[in-house]
Design a protein around this ligand. Structure first.
Ligand SMILES: Nc1ncnc2c1ncn2[C@@H]1O[C@H](COP(=O)(O)OP(=O)(O)O)[C@@H](O)[C@H]1O
Ligand SMILES: [Mg+2]
Length: 365
């Protein structure tokens, strides 16, 4: 019997468009013999629509990115009756589902919100649970857990909007202590949205105020100058395994939003990363350790900085990594011997396995 897999994409975050592109690739990779795809687009207002045609394709050569709109298909809601596993349309018609693959980056999709919503409805879903998703979305909190697990992270300061308003001199002093150049970033976004390199104190105000447009908590980080950017994919539940490593070589000043999604020559992906065997072993070990440190499940991409003459540093964990056909996560698995369609099978299996285990435990909780 075919599995009915609901691919949920779009959503309320600044990474809406990127999510559409990722979801399109996931859909295209599904084996139609084995899966019935149920594409669900979430508008920027948060409404769910059943979109038969799947995620909107990339408008050719326009430099703009696709978006879900309410015209794309009928609105649906998830049946919240535990274990009902169905979508309901306003006319009462139901669409049964077996598993959900949330292909949504950023707040509401990757931060535990939708994961909690799916837990309540008793629907199995691909990827990390509520806790790991929330931690994976918060660059400040994940660093606390990394440190507690003995993983090396870059020197940084957490700055809250209120602190900046009430004591800018204090924040400036902390920034000076880290030293310039530094990076300012919103604590809870991805895709380099709101990330700026701050070259000197005169640029701090503008950069920090830019980050607070996205949330009340930001990070200042010492810039790891000349660092290479290495990424490792992790897959599994209780026995996570690491892929080979890849390297990102940005053509921009750093790996910014444009380099990631708009400029097709914005960055080069080197797979495998040209690193020695010892460094590879180290990043693979750290990738699994970082996955465990946040109590992750299913999948994650773990990103590293490799400074010229120092030890490797863990930058961040992404619990819903990019899934476009040129994205690092599926590419790393492909190069490790797991083709894209099999990767999706594996992710679905892991989702069902985790759900089944928790459901059995349910009676005794
Ligand atoms: N401390 C740092 N030192 C050097 N480069 C950095 C640093 N922090 C971020 N960058 C650059 O900015 C990019 C985006 O930052 P990152 O923390 O990975 O945020 P995001 O979650 O948006 O990907 C990185 O890929 C890297 O190119
Ligand atoms: Mg990143």
């Amino acid at each position: 019997m075919k599995r009915r897999i609901a691919i949920v994409f779009g959503g309320r975050s600044a990474e809406h468009e990127v999510s559409c592109v990722s979801a399109r690739s996931v859909l295209d990779a599904l084996d139609p013999e084995r899966y019935e795809a149920i594409p669900i687009g979430v508008t920027k207002e948060g409404r769910w629509h059943l979109i038969e045609a799947g995620p909107p394709a990339l408008p050719a050569g326009s430099g703009s990115l696709p978006q879900v709109t309410s015209e794309s298909g009928p609105e649906v809601a998830l049946d919240q009756e535990p274990e009902a596993r169905a979508l309901i349309a306003p006319d009462g018609s139901r669409t049964e589902i077996d598993v959900v693959f949330p292909v949504m980056h950023g707040p509401f999709g990757e931060d535990g919100s939708i994961q909690g919503f799916l837990e309540m409805a008793g629907v199995p879903y691909v990827g990390a649970g509520v806790l790991a998703s929330a931690v994976g979305m918060d660059k400040a909190v994940q660093k606390v857990l990394f440190r507690a697990a003995g993983l090396p992270v870059v020197e940084h300061e957490v700055v809250r909007e209120r602190e900046w308003e009430e004591d800018p001199e204090g924040v400036e002093a902390r920034a000076a202590h880290l030293g310039y150049p530094l990076f300012a970033k919103p604590a809870t976004l991805g895709s380099s949205v709101g990330v700026t390199k701050v070259h000197g104190p005169e640029e701090l105000r503008r950069a920090l105020e830019g980050t607070f447009r996205y949330g009340r908590k930001s990070l200042l980080e010492r810039s790891v100058e000349g660092a290479r950017e290495i990424e490792v994919a992790v897959l599994g539940n209780d026995d996570p395994v690491a892929s080979i490593a890849g390297e990102i070589v940005p053509r921009h000043e750093f790996y910014d939003y444009e380099a990631k999604y708009l400029d097709e020559h914005g960055a080069e992906l080197l797979i495998p990363a040209p690193i020695d065997a010892q460094t590879l072993e180290e990043v693979q070990r750290l990738a699994v350790a970082a996955f465990r440190a946040i109590d992750c499940a299913g999948m994650a991409r773990v990103d590293f900085f490799l400074p010229p003459d120092a030890r490797v540093l863990v930058n961040e964990v992404n619990t819903i990594p990019g899934f476009t056909s040129i994205s690092m996560y599926p590419k790393l698995w492909e190069a490790s011997g797991l083709p894209y369609p099999e990767l999706i099978d594996r992710l679905v299996e892991l989702a069902l396995e985790r759900h089944e285990r928790e459901r059995k435990r349910g009676a005794s909780r």
